[in-house]
Design a binder for this molecule. Sequence first.
Ligand SMILES: Cc1cc2nc3c(=O)[nH]c(=O)nc-3n(C[C@H](O)[C@H](O)[C@H](O)COP(=O)(O)OP(=O)(O)OC[C@H]3O[C@@H](n4cnc5c(N)ncnc54)[C@H](O)[C@@H]3O)c2cc1C
Length: 452
Amino acid sequence: MVEPAQISHWHADLPPSARRPALDGEQSADVVIVGAGYTGLWTAYYLSEQSLDLSIVVVEANFVGFGASGRNGGWCSPSLAGIDSWIGTPETRDGGLALQNLMVDAVDEVGRVSQRENLDCDYAKDGQISVAITAAQEKRLRAEYAEYEEEGSGDHVRWLSAEETAQHIKMHGARAALYSADCAALHPAKLVTGLAKLLENRGVRIFEQSRVTDIAPGRIATPDGAVSAGRVVIATEAYSVQTPQLAKRLAPVHSQLIVTEPLSPEIWQEIGLKNRLLFNDGRALVTYGQRTADDRIAFGYRASYHYGSGIQDIFDPDDRSFDVIRDILVSFFPALENAAIDQCWGGALGIARDMKAFVHFDPSSGIGWAGGYTGNGVAASNLAGRTMADLLLDVPSERVATPWVTRSGDPLSAFRHWEPEPLRWIGVQGFRTMLGLTDWITNLSNRRASGR
Ligand SMILES: Cc1cc2nc3c(=O)[nH]c(=O)nc-3n(C[C@H](O)[C@H](O)[C@H](O)COP(=O)(O)OP(=O)(O)OC[C@H]3O[C@@H](n4cnc5c(N)ncnc54)[C@H](O)[C@@H]3O)c2cc1C
């Protein structure tokens, strides 16, 4: 059995805790939620906020935070998969803009709830900086900045010269940077485990080690038990591929991270990050880094798809791809050349066929499903959970009128599916290769231009 400390630094950083019991026998509830990551637990949180006497059961195959919610980079950001498409389409433009504002608020909402409920998850809203280290990266980030300006982003997003950038972060070869104030850093596992404890104090029943094998209107079942409930919420994101009924909706893609040892004040002096400002460079295949509350750097990169939608639960620390990640980090900050890497891990995120995140609820079957965050799910899952709670309780909020909400059709069959293999592999891997190739060509031309 996989232990929490094996799956990420974030879990290894928490004191060990006893496993919750497995579902055994028949239970009944008003709402049953499959999956104890952020989506499932935020849904339970907002349901319990709005209706104290609602009975809620959460059924988790492994343990709370086993999935991406206990492994991610801790970027609580307003980015949402699909937003450009909604804003760019005349019929959904207004709804897309409303959704974008709700996402900006979701970043704050995670902070508000953490403070109100004493969820100690190292939340710090110090913003995010994307640094251009090549001419092509600068061009890409400038184009992004122009879009923000067009939308009237005010002081939230700023363009920084090389000198201004160095006041925030001393990244080797920095030419300029795009700064956004709307992001927060947090400790992913503290958030997900803290939420679970808070919900249990409110009477929510959470079962671990209980893989749901059958989902039907009004009932879910595991090999040893079942829960009857008027409402069923599917919150299994990338792992949905392991449930045959859901297998074709989302493709799981892996991303990987490393974490350094706690760094000395002298090294921080050279890196220049004075606070918890999130950082990356402007390459096409996304990198993501944060200064943790205990003065390490957690840094992630890569996107790999395994043929047949396979999911890798534990990563071998000797996997050569971690060397690539470390090399990129050291190329940003040469002062890290001799810094020890304390842990390497990875996880799976879900990508929908249309590349759009979704919150779906079908009133006739009583089944809801949210996910498809494409690696931007920390804040998005908060908004998804809040929106799902509104849908389940039939609350006519601004949230339920946004374009990522769909309401007709049984979620087990209504969505556009990924193609069968090998077409799925060619599609997902081809997209990833294209982004990697863009970076490779960019690096090559940069090296040529600088004579290296
Ligand atoms: C390496 C990595 C880095 C990332 N970094 C960021 C970041 O910095 N910022 C950001 O915004 N997003 C990031 N993401 C994405 C973000 O973490 C996810 O979008 C988000 O955590 C999804 O939450 P979830 O609850 O929907 O899914 P998950 O957290 O994956 O939870 C799904 C849960 O369902 C359970 N489950 C699956 N099948 C069953 C079943 N049959 N029965 C019962 N339970 C089941 C799983 O065990 C799991 O616990 C990252 C993702 C990864 C993998």
